[in-house]
Ligand binder design. Structure first.
Ligand code: FES
Length: 108
């Protein structure tokens, strides 16, 4: 069991998650940033329901990128279409939390 701290900006909310309890909500990969956000009433758009078919769950990783699951090819391809793409961008529904992270939810 491990507890991870996930901070969502610009809200400035930090939540603690226990990875033994994944999945927390039922959208996106179990333990993904989307899963964690929804389980904690943090708004993160997810038009496709968390299946890597839109880009509305786009987040920018500020700290702890190494504590997220590695990006798979389908996420990379989809992310290319995200508005405001940065080299620290991830899809919230695909990036699974395995350690402490700080992410920013960009304005849409
Ligand atoms: S919710 Fe659509 S790609 Fe993540």
């Amino acid at each position: 069991m491990a507890v991870h701290k996930v901070t969502f900006l610009p809200l400035g909310r930090t939540v603690e998650v226990d990875d033994e309890k994944y999945p927390l909500a039922d959208h996106g990969k179990p333990g993904s940033l989307l899963d964690i956000a929804l389980a904690n009433d943090i708004e993160l758009e997810h038009n496709c329901g968390g299946s890597c078919a839109c880009t509305t769950c786009h987040v920018i990783v500020k700290e702890g990128a190494e504590n997220l699951s590695e990006m798979a090819g389908d996420e990379e391809d989809r992310l290319d279409m995200a508005e405001g793409l940065t080299i620290h961008s991830r899809l919230g529904c695909q990036a699974v939390v395995r350690g402490d992270v700080v992410v920013e939810i960009p304005k849409t």
